[in-house]
Design a protein around this ligand. Structure first.
Ligand SMILES: [Zn+2]
Ligand SMILES: [Zn+2]
Length: 427
């Protein structure tokens, strides 16, 4: 290890999205390399690493962590470490990015060639295995509890200097996942997300119950329950919740989540209760054609479909068709970013597509399901890890300032809020 290893923040610095952190400990290691979606779904990239990479380490499949990796392979190849489910899920999302770019008549910045090359240079590794990735650095993945295969990479440099990167993590148990594995041993430096550094979530079990009852009410009054969901995790979780609470009504499952569901069931070891999930998913009708889609509109039912923020996907088709049905209701189940169709619908009850703006007759409500740690959970984790130095990333600036104060009140002195492009001492 060189004398003063450093870290450069290429993205996710005082913002959510485009995570990318370049570590120089002699060897050059890149932690995550994602994209951010700006106005009109435009892709915003992190800074480019100005060096050859010895390794890429990917925490999980979400595009804000994985989305820009294929571009790194246009002019070089790097060994990429990730869990087996992360490889499959990332590939699903990368393929989808290519499809969307093609559909919009733009170039994605990479092609299938790059995806093939990533596969060749990928090194899938499970949780809790220590791996020498360079002469000087050891990598271990700990379960992050966020989505299928999500990991918190722990790096040990030289004999005993340690860095833990949380990626996106959730210490709390959900239907699909055990909480994050916080038993990380001695941690010198910590890079921690701060998405919800200013607040706690409603208790999960109560929220699930209220949600299931709400869906049942809509079916009972002969309406459609429209549930826009993220393709990875939330859709499958929602179906599992509805079946656990014995909600009566057919469930139609549409969009990319179906493929993610198959990947999930292929990795039962990465799920909390794969048997239960399998049973729940089996009870849902997987929509495969326009005909199936029309079938869903014949009689009131539950429709679970991507995209979660309504930026595309079959949910738009159902919304157009059921727009004026006052017996129906849309249940948002995740974060709605500013400028998205979902956010506009939630705030104004207007369905805005390109230049058209239509009134909506159905009810709209948001349920605060989250796959991220809440404030108290993060503070508890920090207390347990007891790091010397803390870097806050992946959060809105205002929230970070608040979160930083909370951490300092606990007695931690060395808390940084790096800016984009800034390089700091790692230890
Ligand atoms: Zn994530
Ligand atoms: Zn993220």
């Amino acid at each position: 290890m060189i004398k003063n290893p450093s870290i450069q923040f290429l993205g996710a610095a005082r913002e959510v999205g485009r995570s990318g952190f370049l570590i120089d400990a002699g060897d050059k290691l890149l932690l995550d390399y994602g994209v951010k979606f700006g106005q009109n779904n435009q892709i915003v990239e992190p800074l480019r690493p100005k060096t050859n990479l010895d390794a890429i380490i990917l925490s999980h499949a979400h595009l804000d962590h994985s989305g820009n990796i294929p571009k790194l392979f246009t002019d070089s190849n790097s060994l990429t470490y990730l869990t087996p489910p992360t490889l499959e899920l990332s590939n699903l999302l990368w393929e989808d990015s290519l499809k969307i770019a093609g559909h919009n008549g733009v170039h994605a910045g990479f092609s299938r060639d790059e995806l093939h090359r990533i596969h060749r240079y990928s090194f899938p590794v499970g949780y809790k295995r220590k791996l020498h990735i360079t002469q000087d650095a050891t990598l271990e993945f700990l379960d992050a509890g966020h989505i299928l295969g999500s990991a918190m990479p722990k790096l040990t440099f030289g004999k005993n200097k340690t860095l833990l990167y949380t990626g996106d993590f959730n210490p709390m148990e959900t239907r699909l996942h055990n909480g994050a594995d916080l038993k990380a041993g001695k941690i010198d430096s910590l890079i921690i997300e701060s998405t919800y550094g200013n607040r706690n979530h409603p208790p999960r079990k109560e929220l699930e119950k209220v949600f299931a009852e709400g869906v049942q009410d809509i079916i009972d009054r002969d309406g459609w329950a429209l549930i826009p969901c993220f393709a990875i995790g939330r859709g499958q979780e929602v179906i599992d919740i509805l079946r656990s609470y014995n909600v009566e009504g057919d469930i139609f499952y549409d969009g990319m989540g179906q493929k993610a569901a198959h990947i999930m069931l292929n990795h039962p070891d990465y799920l909390r209760d794969s048997k239960h999930l399998k049973k729940s998913l089996k009870s849902a009708f997987f929509v495969r054609s326009i005909r199936d889609r029309k079938k869903a509109l014949k009689k009131p039912c539950i429709i679970v479909s991507s995209a979660g923020m309504m930026q595309g996907g079959p949910i738009l088709f159902y919304t157009r068709k059921l727009r004026l049905d006052s017996n129906s209701k849309m249940f948002f189940t995740g974060y709605q970013a500013d400028g998205t169709i979902g956010k506009k619908l939630l705030d104004t009850k207007k369905f805005v597509e390109e230049k058209t703006q239509l009134d909506v007759g159905f009810e709209v409500e948001k349920y605060d399901f989250s796959a991220h740690a809440q404030k108290d959970g993060m503070l508890k984790a920090i207390d347990k890890w007891n790091p010397e130095k803390i870097f806050l990333v992946h959060g809105d600036e205002e929230i970070m300032f608040f979160f930083k104060d909370c951490i300092k009140e606990m007695g931690f002195k060395n808390v940084e809020m790096p800016k984009q492009g800034q390089t700091m001492k790692l230890f």
